[in-house]
Design a protein around this ligand. Structure first.
Ligand SMILES: [Zn+2]
Length: 323
């Protein structure tokens, strides 16, 4: 069976490596969740009143004790995302598997640092997405600021769509402003933006990118989180959550086809001051490593219909950024 962490072949729910990395080597008892699906809504409501974590409303804070995962508001090690209450238009049951496989693809096929994650199942078989907290290092909380905070945009300054009020080009400017050695972080940001496009995340807004302050006080891009294909669940195919550019520039490719292609991202790379050869190589990597990505989708916990749709969507986007 596929490991519920890395999706590699495993003789039990989690392979030995994932037990070590995600669960600190503790023996695990299944079902890993110490509470029932029906208790989730009540637990989430309780936690929402006690904890001030962004977006806690649809997540549950957990910690590992006595070989299983317990709800907590004080020692949160993991966040659990059960199926949302509002129903999605397409493949609603596949959201946890979607987020899980998309995060695994980022990490395994494209070496994008991500929060550690897994897919879990309640006693009734319903899936949920589990993510290890990534704002801690050796038990110490790291300062972390998302791109809304860094660009000082809030509902008060920008209105209700404040999370969408800057462009990806602006995101590059934030890196240049805050990171002492921006080149590496800009490469990482660029890869992540292209990843969001190829894997059809039409909701990669400013709150889905953060900088973390490391021990020596320097800012680095935080591990990627909230990666998923939004297209899988919607008939509305948003291209990207933010504009690529600060102005109304449209590449000849975009004018011809009406969607983004390789030359749009090369223009973005140029505006972010990326080395153009490196930018070409980063784009090409999406093709050269595609087999690994497609294989992970096939091995994932998505339903057969969702796998088929996701594979088709990814192939279409890969075609768009082909040389
Ligand atoms: Zn594993």
């Amino acid at each position: 069976m596929p490991c519920q962490g890395c999706l590699r072949d495993s003789i039990s729910e989690f392979c030995e490596t994932c037990v070590q990395t995600i669960f600190f080597g503790e023996p695990l008892i299944f079902p890993l969740l110490s509470f029932r699906r029906e208790e989730c809504a009540g637990l989430m409501r309780e936690q929402a009143t006690e904890v001030s974590i962004a977006g806690i409303q649809d997540k549950l804070g957990l910690y590992l004790e006595n070989c299983s995962l317990m709800p907590t508001t004080t020692q949160i090690q993991y966040m659990l995302k059960p199926l949302p209450t509002e129903s999605l238009e397409q493949f609603p049951e596949d959201l946890p598997a979607n987020e899980h496989v998309t995060m695994q693809i980022a990490r395994q096929a494209y070496s994008i640092p991500t929060a550690l994650n897994a897919i879990l199942f309640f006693d009734n078989g319903e899936p949920a997405y589990l993510c290890q907290r990534f704002d801690r290092k050796r038990g110490k909380k790291l300062r972390q600021e998302d791109f809304c905070q860094l660009s000082q945009c809030s509902e008060a300054t920008e209105g209700p769509r404040y999370k969408y009020s800057r462009s990806y080009e602006d995101c590059g400017q934030l890196i240049k402003r805050y990171c002492e050695t921006p080149a590496v972080q800009l490469d990482r940001l660029f890869t992540l933006i292209v990843f969001q496009y190829v894997f059809s995340n039409g909701d990669a807004h400013l709150k889905n990118f953060s900088l973390q302050v490391t021990d020596d006080g320097t800012f680095m891009l935080a591990p990627a989180y909230d990666l998923r294909s939004t297209h899988l669940h919607s008939s509305k195919k948003f291209m990207m959550a933010l504009e690529l550019f600060n102005d109304s520039y449209e590449s000849p490719f975009f004018q011809k086809h009406g969607f983004f292609g390789r030359e749009c991202f090369l223009e973005l790379a140029k505006r972010m001051d990326l080395n153009s050869i490196r930018a070409q190589l980063m784009l090409t990597k999406f093709h050269s490593n595609q087999d690994k990505a497609l294989r992970l989708i096939e091995r994932s916990f998505l339903s057969a219909g969702a796998k088929k749709q996701y594979l088709a969507d990814v192939k279409e986007r890969l075609q768009a950024i082909a040389p």
